[in-house]
Design a binder for this molecule. Structure first.
Ligand code: GLU
Length: 335
């Protein structure tokens, strides 16, 4: 019997440390996004046993420079690939700093059941024990496997497969920086061999009600994140509203709390039609409504389980569909 052809995977490159090159003998200094996608692929000849790869450069940036325009371009290029019947899946190389935001954004806007996998590295390509080659190998293996369909956007790093909604970067330098919260991992991948766990818990990709890439228009509504701390005043809240924010996400203390002064500013902003979402700076847990703060009375929204940076992504998209606090809260319980 003839062997079936390997699946076709489109590799979209955006830059990051995975394409980074050290600037000198000091292993800690490097330039992100210095290698071409072709160089990255050539460094892992074993990829040819997994898939037929076609590469496309969408950007060449450190992901601290990821912005809305690049998100929209990346979403459009990913959707175009996913709409091509012969293509089985998409892999996106990306810096790790904002990978969770891009992954969650794509999880909300792409319309597909095909695998979409983001991958990066903590060590530059020229480092001792670079993690990029094995991460890329595993990411292609995940995208090439039909069992990873309909699981939303995934992130592969350090032999783990994460759901876009659950993953967060937790450490500045460690290879095991990525963690998923209470819902756990999407699976493990060991030298290209997959062990998949349960499906994602919330709505995503093919079931999403947000505008698909072809219809999304820039700019998305402005949403700012404000970080709570002891002694928090109201000035920055008032300044953000004056600067035109249509939504604010609070990286609150504990269960999404904030000082009386800041809360008064939020209540005033909410009365003026600014959407206020309470998230937490703790790095984990659920924000419930009406615990220490009267969300119903003040017209505030609880972030549920989303960290501030992901709550911002969801609120930007939510504001393109709804203004009403109750409808916005429902979106936060759905995605
Ligand atoms: N700041 C860079 C970025 O996010 C490097 C971090 C990394 O890729 O690991 O692109």
């Amino acid at each position: 019997m003839p062997t079936p052809p390997l699946p076709r995977i489109r590799l979209l490159a955006t830059g990051g440390t995975i394409a980074g090159v050290q600037t000198g003998d000091d292993a800690r200094g490097y330039r992100a996004a210095a290698l071409s996608t072709e160089d990255l692929v050539a460094a892992v000849p074993q990829l040819t046993t997994l898939a037929q790869l076609e590469v496309e450069r969408v950007a060449a940036i450190g992901s601290q420079d990821m912005d809305e325009a690049t998100w929209l371009k990346l979403a459009a290029r990913a959707q175009a690939a996913l709409d091509t019947p012969e293509i089985a899946g998409v892999v996106i190389t990306h810096g790790t700093d904002t990978m969770e935001e891009t992954a969650y954004f794509l999880n909300l806007v792409l319309r597909t059941e095909k695998p979409v996998v983001l991958v990066g590295a903590m060590r530059p390509a020229t480092a001792l024990s670079a993690d990029g080659p094995i991460n890329l190998y595993n990411a292609i293996a995940v995208a090439a496997h039909a069992a990873t369909r309909s699981r939303g956007v995934l992130v592969v790093a350090n032999d783990e497969i994460h759901f876009a909604r659950e993953i967060t970067k937790t450490d500045t330098t460690q290879v095991g920086t990525f963690r998923s919260g209470h819902h756990g991992l999407a699976g493990l991948v060991n030298a290209g061999r997959l062990h998949l766990y349960g499906p994602p818990v919330r709505r995503h990709t093919h079931a999403s009600e947000f505008a698909p890439p072809a219809v999304l228009v820039a700019p998305l509504p402005r949403v700012d994140i404000l970080y709570a701390h002891a002694g928090l005043g109201r000035d920055l809240f008032d300044a953000a509203v004056r600067a035109g924010a249509r939504g604010l996400v609070i990286a609150g203390v504990g269960d999404g709390n904030l000082s009386a002064a800041a809360l008064a500013a939020c209540a005033a902003a909410a009365r003026a039609g600014v959407a206020i979402v309470r998230s937490s700076r703790t790095g984990g847990g659920i924000i419930e409504r009406n615990i220490e703060i009267d969300d119903d009375g003040l017209g505030l929204i609880a972030a549920d389980e989303l960290n501030p940076q992901k709550a911002r992504v969801l609120l930007q998209l939510a504001l393109t569909r709804a203004r009403d606090v109750r409808a916005l809260q429902e979106i936060f319980f759905t995605y």
